[in-house]
Structures are given as C-alpha cells and as structure tokens.
Design a protein around this ligand. Sequence first.
Ligand SMILES: Cc1ncc(COP(=O)(O)O)c(C=O)c1O
Length: 291
Amino acid sequence: MVPAAAPLPSVLPVLALGATPVLVDNLPGRLGIDPDDLAAKLTARTVAVMSVPLWGYPADVHQITPLLDHLGLPLVEDAAQAHGTLIAGRPAGTLGLVGCFSTHDRKLLATGEGGFIATVDPRVYEAVECFSRLGHLDGSHIGMNLKLAAPLAAIGSRRIGGLGDQLRVRANNAQRILTVLGDDDPISELGYGGGGRPNYYSLVLRAGAAVAAELAETLTSWGLPPDSRRWNYRPLHTRRMFSRWSSPCPNAERLAACTLQLPVHPGLDRTQVGYVARCLRAALDHVRTAP
Ligand SMILES: Cc1ncc(COP(=O)(O)O)c(C=O)c1O
C-alpha cells in the first residue's frame, strides 16, 4: 500500500516484483496515511504499508501503528528525501521494519546515484543483501545487481559527518524565508505532528487551491517553479499507469493542489535566499492586489 501522494519511483520495485499496489489517501493537509482509508483498503493480500515523508516533512505514522500492530503488517518508509527528518522525535526511516534512502545528487546525503536501506531485522538485512547482489549467484535466490559502488559508498560515508551542518543551514534558510509571512497571509508552512522536524529538503508551504495556483504561476515566471511544475508531481492515482488500481484519494489531490515548494539547500548563498524570500513576498502581494 502506498500513499497516493508518493512520486513514481517509490512503487516501481513493488510493481517489478509483481505485487499490486493499493493507493491510500493521506490525512487532510498532512503527509501521514489516513487510518480510515487504510482500514477500508486493506485486503488479505496486503503484505506491507509504505509511508512517504515527502520533501523531508514528517509523515506521522502513530495513527496507523495500532492497526499495523494488530494485523502484524510491517511498515516500510520511503525516506528517499528524508535524511535527518524527525517524526515524533525519531529519525525518518527508523519507524518501521525498513527505511529506504536515496543518495541521488539532490538528496541530503548525495553520492551521485544510489541509496541504502536501514533495518534492525537481520532477516531483512540478509534478504536485501542477497537481492542486491544477484542472489549471491548460487542459483537458489533471485537477485539483481543493485550494489552501491565502493567509491560512491566512500563518498557517502565521508559526507555523513556534514549532515548536521546541512540540516542547520537548510532550517536557517527556511526560517529566513518564513519571516516574510505575516499572520494575515493566506499561506503557512505545511503542518506536521508534535516531535516532528523537517530536514528542509524543500520548504513546503500550503495555501488554498486558488491562491496556491496563482502563486505557483507567479513564482514559476520568476524562476522558482514548485514541484508540480518543475517535476510534474501528481498524486499517483491520477497517473495513467496506475489507473487500473485507482481509487479516490481526495486529500492527496487537495494537498497536491495546495502545496508549494521553495529551495532552501546549502548551495544558495545569502543573496539567493533573500531573493527567494523577496519573490515569495512579492508574489503574495501580487495575489492580494490582483482584481
Ligand atoms: C520519495 C522518493 N522515493 C524514491 C526515490 C527514488 O530514489 P532513487 O532515485 O535513488 O532510486 C526518489 C528519488 O527522487 C524519491 O524522491
């Protein structure tokens, strides 16, 4: 089961293994999975539930853990964008049986391409190790060649030490941009539960759909396209390739229509962060004064 807001890559391995994805809605205005929708869509064939802390924002799971515990279903976190994110005080990717991280160039821990899996279960460790190494070539297990090349792993290991600094810079940049928002502006940061801390993969703002659409257009024209424009982010159930498994996910559609992402990465210098902040302020003023 995958939340409907997950971007495409998360579910490709699921499909490749011949499993059937069931797309579950998120909670209104949040990334966490809607427990009622999950309960309604569980079947006897459900083997795992996947949560996605997208943009490095906490995807709370405490609402669904009683159900998962009751049914003995494992949680898999697609923490590809969530290195250093805290969810209810715990690092994203460590809340369930498996946490999946990407180390693609745009991620907080970058090796160019690649990724890693976190688990404390030795059986999962063995299975992942075997699958990613051609099934150990003994003819008894299926596997692929998904190893992270040693030089890339060395780069990743070296960069782990800089993760704390990166989290601080991203949070400072986000705070600088957020200071331009006033109490009566029709926009605020995407909400998350107590004990949560985004890693600020992106700064995510949330407004009403009409305001968000107008802001998206203005910001795009100033070189700051939100992910819906830049990467064509859409809820999965609206994609043609998922149409046969599509079921209503109105909260995911609303969230996709109401969120905007702004860059806050450490590659931005002070002037550039100031530019982003000024653009956001000017776009909001433009929306207010538009007839
Ligand atoms: C949420 C999410 N899941 C999965 C992936 C896939 O990661 P990778 O490109 O390392 O395979 C990405 C990559 O951008 C992602 O953002």
